[in-house]
Design a protein around this ligand. Structure first.
Ligand code: PEP
Ligand code: MN
Length: 343
């Protein structure tokens, strides 16, 4: 529920609304707006009697939030959320953002080499897993802390921001020490202790859609992070399970405009995991930008045939350069642009 204050409401009147909500046993979150302040009521699991709030001085109206998720909804916040990263890159603003890098950090030479090339080709965020959620327990699990240190070194050398995955709550704290964005992978989208801990770190979070998650489930998972007071959440459509075997997953591009209408949070697309096939990454990356995605996260490897994970879906650096050229044309065609290359 949102308590919308009158334009003329005083700070004391807003404080009184907050105090009353707390007295009623709920949480209150003032949301200053351009025209007027609203106070969001959180912590209710069902209907709230709004009569007491409507009677308070300075209250214009009380709006029920009609979705099960609240703080992520457009009803709660009309303007788009823009997540600003430490290197100045903005996710959710007019320019689309490209995050790129190998599936996993494999060695110092590999990550530094690709980071420099990606920067030259126009990426502003470097991806690379240090903790890998592999389907098989016998597959390469990542370099762990050493991988995080290598990512930090790549950031120092290139200025690229770093996004990398955390697999569990303790890992979220560790990743937060090194990365600019904590990635929560598809397999962990509903790992609620992890979502809460990532929220508590205060670092931007990239939340990937679960393999079989509905859009409402994705938004409710994001709500866990906002409920910890962290609004810097970037959603990611990375493909869902379906019946066709020609691609690894079904990249659900309709989810992009759907999420945009339901939520103020930015959403990017992952055409690498979405298709599983190198040749399909560029067309679907183009399509995602055309559909309104705020950016892409793409796997690029200096030597894909020898990648330790996801080589078949990793672009060669030259292909990534071509992808950048093509999405720039598409972004401009819809009144946007690609985030300028780091200077
Ligand atoms: C990844 O980004 O490397 C990854 C494991 O992605 P997802 O969680 O979407 O499968
Ligand atoms: Mn991968």
């Amino acid at each position: 529920m949102l308590v919308v204050m009158k334009h003329s409401a005083t700070d004391e009147q807003i404080d009184a609304v907050v105090a009353t909500i707390k007295e009623m046993g709920y949480g209150a979150r003032p949301i200053p707006g351009g025209q007027r302040t609203a106070v969001g009521l959180i912590g209710n699991d069902g209907e709230v009697d709004s009569g007491r709030l409507l009677g308070l001085d300075g209250v214009l109206e009380v709006i029920p939030v009609t979705h099960p998720y609240k703080q992520v909804s457009r009803e709660w916040r009309e303007q788009d959320t823009v997540v600003t990263l430490a290197n100045g890159t903005k996710v959710g603003a007019l320019d689309v953002v490209v995050m790129a890098g190998p599936c996993a950090v494999e060695s110092e030479v590999q990550i530094l080499d690709i980071a420099h090339r990606l920067r030259e080709l126009g990426a502003t965020v470097l991806r690379g897993g240090a903790f890998k959620p592999r389907t098989s327990p016998y597959a390469f699990q990542g370099l762990g802390r050493e991988g995080l240190e290598l990512l930090a070194k790549a950031r120092e050398e290139t200025g690229l921001a770093v996004v990398t995955e955390a697999l569990d709550p303790e890992g979220a704290d560790l990743v937060a020490e090194y990365a600019d964005i904590i990635q929560i992978g598809a397999r962990n989208m509903q790992n609620y202790p992890l979502l809460r801990r990532a929220g508590k770190t205060g670092k931007p979070v990239l939340l990937k859609r679960g393999l079989s998650a509905t859009i409402d489930e994705l938004l409710l998972a994001a709500e866990y992070i906002l409920a910890e007071g962290n609004d810097d959440v970037i959603l990611c459509e990375r493909g869902i399970r379906s019946f066709d075997t020609h691609t690894r997953n079904l990249l659900d591009l309709a989810a992009i405009p759907v999420v945009k209408s339901l939520s103020h949070l930015p959403i990017i697309a992952d055409p690498s995991h979405g298709t599983g096939l190198r040749a399909k990454v560029t067309p679907m990356g183009r399509a995602a930008i055309a559909a309104g995605a705020d950016g892409l996260i793409v796997e690029v490897h200096p030597d894909p045939p020898h990648a330790m994970s996801d080589g078949a879906q990793s672009l060669y650096p030259e292909q990534f350069g071509e992808l950048m050229r093509q999405i720039t044309v598409i972004a401009r065609a819809i009144g946007r642009d690609v985030t300028p290359r780091l200077s």
